[in-house]
Design a protein around this ligand. Sequence first.
Ligand code: ADP
Length: 493
Amino acid sequence: MDEDSKPMPQTRATHFINGAWTPTGGPTFPVTNPFNDDIVAHVAAGGRAEAEAAVAAAAAAFPAWAAMPPGERQRLFLKAADITERRLEEIVPIMAAEGGASRVFAAFQIRLSAAMLRQAASWGYLPYGDMLRSDVPGRVATVERKPLGVVAGFTPWNGAFYLAWRTFLLPMAFGNTTVIKPSELAPMSAGLIHAEILEEAGFPAGSFNVVAHAPGAAQTVAEVFFEHKAVRCINFTGSDRTARILGERAGRSLKRMVMELGGFNPMIVLDDADIDDVVNATTFGAFLHQGQVCMNTRKVYIDRKVHDRFVDQLADKVRKLKTGDPRDPGVIIGPLITDAAVAQTAERVQDAVARGATLVTGGKAQGRVFEPTILTHVPADAICTTGCDETFGPVLVIEAFDEVEQAFAAAQDTPYGLCAAIMTRDHARGLNMARQFDTGIVHINAPTMASEAALPVGGVKHSGWGRSGHYAVEDFTELRLTTLSSKPGQYPF
Ligand code: ADP
């Protein structure tokens, strides 16, 4: 049997509701491989009925899950972490087939997910309140963090496996139950594999639920979440375009929203930086998952004194990145997710070149595999350099600067505020600049993409609201004030 005809390791391709896989035989939709259009799986196509059943199950499971002692929850999370790692070799090919993820990117996400599950295992023991001082004699006041109830999560297709874990475990670690609506482009990597793992780990029925849906049905499922009174929070990871639609809808139902959205992430390289390190950091930061991650570096601002050497070295390294079928473990650049993504990336490169930019390397696609592309001398009005809209593909813009203050001001001139990076050997200068960035994250001497399980990820401005890591306690709990007065009160009338 040759490599191509080996059966794909399968995951269950139907909804997981109230502790059970729903029977197959209902409507399905095909999920296709973006590299070769093969059908990866026929996945159950849910709608209003499945979403309602899932929310009802999560609501029923909430009181017991919220009351579960932290040590019991901890054991479940640790077990899920072990299962996730054990299944690495089965999950990597699913992520390649559904989402075009290279082995490097898939394995990175799986290991990061296991680490995050282990972090989350301890969050049940975090202090969950404060004693406050009262001006009223004889009164004691406490505030206590309480879980919200049911949290409905929307997961994306890009960093699907890791981002879906985040969508399940942040709310669940703080005592909420969940209903997840995975992206229709990669439903297995974005939720169904997780349901298998949580089921095997022994999480109670109803504490997590997954409803898959066909393209075009996202709104039908979402509407149930917005309408249902048991759903107290919408936890969304995706584009700011969709976030605007959901945010407006959430306003009508007055539901809390947590959002992790896009970025237009700059890297500023000062003249004293270690250029070999900058080349490695930029290659990883700009081209991991062929530029389809919210944290990818979109633009490098570099001191003119080191610009030419950097561009030459970077282009040399980037030209050697292997492109093609992500099932080949040596491939770094796999396919973009859709024809529309390829068309948009191509249009933006052509737009820049037509306005006078220099195409250093790349610029063409073979099928949906777009070459890693470097542009310099890009005029300020080219779409890919304005910072107003992410180009979700392997396109990096490099701009030389003479005055770092101007570069800093330009790097901030974007509606997004997710990540930034500064490369310098002068740590004090780097820290000083970092503190002035209006972003959720700044790395000094690391790429914009430098995730760790214990560190909070999240943005400001159009990059979203909310943080991962244990800071998510702010997003997925609410404070309840309790006072106790031990003396009769004094009242004005
Ligand atoms: P991406 O560009 O990363 O695919 P999207 O914002 O399109 O991001 O998708 C993220 C999630 O939002 C997916 O689960 C998708 O199904 C869902 N989604 C997209 N459009 C809508 C919509 N109009 N209503 C509800 N959910 C949506």
